[in-house]
Design a binder for this molecule. Structure first.
Ligand SMILES: [Zn+2]
Ligand SMILES: [Zn+2]
Length: 436
């Protein structure tokens, strides 16, 4: 399933995979006997998706609807890089339980080369996704991870990339019943197609798609899902089909007369991706420890985020915060800081892309060092956006460490950039100390 990593150079030809963003896929060209032969479709589709992101930004700019926010965009992309790094490291390990059940315990043999198996899998995976997603919102232990996806106060295509590093690990159990009859090759393919479809529905530039809205999940339905207005909470869980929500009573129509406020009900005031990945887990543990008895301490983990002792599992609306307006968290940055962040984020992106290339697979120490450097860079970029007083000293340490350990793995231009960055932060720290 990771063969495509060997051929990342073919990325520019990736526009031919654009149909995959909308589940427009030829079943006859995408059935495989062995799960190892299933391509990494997510890798194939990134280029098309980034073209779509550029198009969305151009439309928003042309309409003068709202300004682009660098801090929010970069933070969403940082989560994507962290999750993709996890995907490269785990190498599909979360599929092994599925494969093992299919090989040892299956009760029905659906033919791998039948087009009917392809369609049955598409629907079955989407059905499971509905319940995975619903559980992610209704069980606090799972929500503590899924909340990462909902932590943006914006709603755009880049938010579709904002995911918890552990998201797949929180979900795989829900798909295991399919292993009793669906071949792993079909499951691995459709699990990817299902997630890929859900990227394009994160946008405000598409308003209403007519009859399509009845059956499929669309930007209109997913905007409601990302809202923290009271009517939006715990609704529209569907992945590809919105029919599941209509069937199981969780569907909510977008209201024309009520502006949707995006983000968590109480949104964290931070752009630090590490903090955003873990803060809710810490808060959940604290909440559990604060309960009066051991039964409630345990109940915190499996009941809903709005549950309190004495209330139903999902809480009651009268005790929930009804968010109707919000001042977005948007600390001001100077132009040179924005330029610096764009420059170093581009370097992270560049080295991240190289992780897919074979030469990095054979040099594990350097790959590991690159991953650590990238993760530190993304965290410090978040601290810079937050105007943390420790950001400059931490960035100086990172740039010096890069020059000491990693300068030989990139070209000299990157080395000069890091050297100049060191000088910049030394100057910044001295300037700060002089004022202080
Ligand atoms: Zn969700
Ligand atoms: Zn979403």
């Amino acid at each position: 399933m990771n063969n495509t990593y060997e051929n990342y150079a073919g990325l520019l030809g990736g526009l031919k995979h654009a149909g995959m963003l909308f589940y427009i896929i030829n079943p006859y060209e995408n059935v495989f006997e062995k799960y190892e032969d299933v391509p990494d479709y997510q890798l194939q589709v990134w280029f098309s998706f980034f073209v779509l992101i550029a198009l969305e930004n151009a439309i928003i700019y042309a309409k003068k609807e709202k300004s682009f926010r660098l801090n929010d965009h970069v933070t969403s992309l940082s989560h994507w890089i962290l999750q993709e790094t996890g995907r490269i490291i785990f190498r599909g390990a979360e599929y092994y339980a599925y494969i093992s059940i299919y090989q040892n315990l299956r009760i029905w043999n659906l033919s791998w080369n039948s087009v009917w198996t392809w369609y049955v899998t598409a629907i079955a995976v989407d059905f499971c996704y509905y319940w995975v997603h619903r559980a992610n919102h209704e069980v606090l232990f799972l929500w503590a991870h899924h909340q990462v996806h909902h932590s943006s106060e914006e709603f755009n295509l880049v938010v579709g990339l904002r995911q918890s590093v552990l998201q797949h690990w929180c979900s795989f159990l829900f798909y295991l019943p399919l292993a009793f009859f669906i071949p792993p090759s079909h499951f691995v393919a459709h699990h990817q197609f299902n997630l890929i479809y859900q990227l394009w529905i994160h946008t405000t530039v598409i308003h209403d798609l007519g009859p399509f809205e009845w059956i499929f999940n669309t930007p209109k339905h997913h905007r409601v899902h990302h809202g923290c207005n009271l009517y939006c909470l715990d609704t529209n869980y569907g992945g590809v089909l919105i029919l599941w929500d209509r069937l199981f009573g969780t569907f909510a129509e977008e209201r024309k007369n009520e502006e949707i406020i995006y983000g968590l009900v109480v949104n964290p005031q931070s752009y630090n991706p590490l903090f955003l990945q873990v803060f809710y887990v810490a808060s959940m543990i604290g909440r559990s420890l604060g309960m009066g008895n051991s039964r409630d301490k345990l109940a915190v983990y499996w009941k809903g985020p709005s549950w309190q002792p004495g209330l139903p599992r999902l809480g009651l609306d009268e005790f929930k915060v009804n968010v109707t307006s919000r001042i977005k968290y948007n600390p001001r940055m100077s132009n040179w800081q924005n330029f610096y962040i764009v420059l170093h984020f581009s370097l992270v992106l560049y080295t991240h892309v190289q992780l897919y290339v074979e030469k990095f697979e054979t040099q594990h120490i350097l790959s590991g060092a690159t991953i650590i450097n990238n993760a530190c860079a993304l965290i410090i970029i978040g601290l810079l956006f937050d105007r943390s007083k420790f950001a400059n000293i931490l960035e100086l340490i990172r740039c010096c460490s890069y020059l000491y350990f990693l300068k030989n793995i990139q070209n000299s231009l990157v080395t000069y950039t890091y050297a100049a960055s060191c000088c910049l932060w030394i100057y910044d720290i001295f300037k700060f100390l002089a004022v202080w």
